[in-house]
Design a protein around this ligand. Structure first.
Ligand code: ADP
Ligand code: MG
Length: 324
């Protein structure tokens, strides 16, 4: 790539910022970072494809936020401290207005978490965004998916379902009031990654995952990897006011238990940790709700108000399942 090529111009204009916490940022063949002694390097990558992960008419600033937020959420779920991001951009054409709005959404969120963009790649093709995130976690202290134990509580942060309700509205499966739709769609496009919560849960949570594919599906991953089962009390699942207005409908229930994109943290913890978890919730100002129990066996069952299993359509978003 020569210095006067459009790609170079694009990178220089939109994606070159000082990388305060890196040895070397954008511009060379590799970026260089200095990893702290005694820390494990935590690395994750996520791809967003137009039409699959976002509506093609999405506001580019929201998309810039989301492309980084979903990666920060993986750091959160691991209890890691994010530092460095790489951005692989595939664009159908070069539209500087679009790019500067995208970069604004990306860097506003990056600045909030002191994350530096240290490199990437720029290619032409159908709109696709791939972000790699790197961070650090004290050696051995990461929150993994495989540590849930029988008798643990199941917890969830914030409230869930709004992002999926916005999607259900867009697909005509239910109808949200206009102001509810605007609020719910912001949960979809501007999720707040629970990075501080993830770090606060080190030493408290026995396992953790971020809810990207749906509560039942994601808790199911914890169960499978931990060799346990779990129950979730449907009536304990924390909902927003929008969620409360739609929970009685079939599509509303499905959105809450099987809809993804909330990026809240679902985690398990020993019952002895309840007080410390409540303290953490109040220090961070993030509601943490106990919604179920880890059990012997396999899979997640959803319990109704009478304690009997509830059946809900759809178990979460699975890109390769034929029935999804
Ligand atoms: P190479 O030819 O080695 O692949 P590139 O020409 O793709 O290098 O990129 C030049 C520099 O710009 C590299 O440091 C790369 O990390 C960075 N870069 C490329 N695209 C992006 C982007 N979308 N965002 C941030 N940095 C980028
Ligand atoms: Mg390249």
């Amino acid at each position: 790539m020569s210095h006067d090529s459009p790609e170079f111009d694009l990178i220089a204009r939109h994606f070159t910022r000082p990388a305060a916490n890196a040895v070397l940022g954008v511009g060379d063949d590799c970026a260089l970072v200095d990893v702290t002694n005694g820390m494990d390097l935590a690395v994750s990558v996520d791809t967003l494809v137009s039409g699959t992960h976002f509506f093609p008419d999405v506001d580019p600033e929201n998309l810039g936020h989301k492309s980084l937020a979903v990666n920060l959420s993986d750091m959160a779920a691991m209890g890691a401290m994010p530092y460095w991001a790489m951005l692989a951009l595939t664009l159908p054409s070069v539209d500087h207005d679009w790019l500067s709005a995208f970069a604004k959404g990306f860097f506003d969120l990056a600045d909030e978490f002191n994350v530096s963009l240290i490199g990437g790649d720029t290619t032409r093709g159908p709109l696709t965004l791939t972000v790699t995130i790197m961070g650090e976690v004290p050696a051995g202290a990461a929150l993994k998916r495989n540590g849930a134990k029988v008798g643990n509580d199941v917890w969830i942060s914030g409230n869930i379902g709004d992002a999926a309700l916005a999607i259900a509205h867009r697909h005509g499966k239910l109808v949200l009031e206009e102001s509810d739709y605007h609020e719910a769609v912001m949960r979809l496009y501007e999720p707040i990654p629970r990075v501080r919560l993830g770090q606060g849960l080190r030493g408290l949570a026995t396992s953790a995952i971020d809810v990207s594919d749906g509560l039942l599906a994601d808790l199911g991953h914890i169960c499978r990897l931990s060799g346990v089962g779990a129950t979730v009390d449907f009536t304990k699942i924390p909902l927003s006011e929008i969620g409360l207005r739609h929970i009685e409908s079939g599509a509303g229930r499905t959105a809450v238990v099987a809809g993804g994109d909330d990026y809240e943290l679902c985690f398990t913890a020993h019952p002895n940790s309840r007080e410390l978890i409540a303290e953490l919730a109040s220090v961070l100002g993030v509601p943490l709700t106990r919604i179920g129990q880890v059990k012997r066996g396999k899979g997640v069952s959803l319990l109704g108000p009478d304690g009997k299993p509830l059946k809900i359509d759809g178990r979460g978003f699975d890109h390769f399942s034929s029935g999804a």
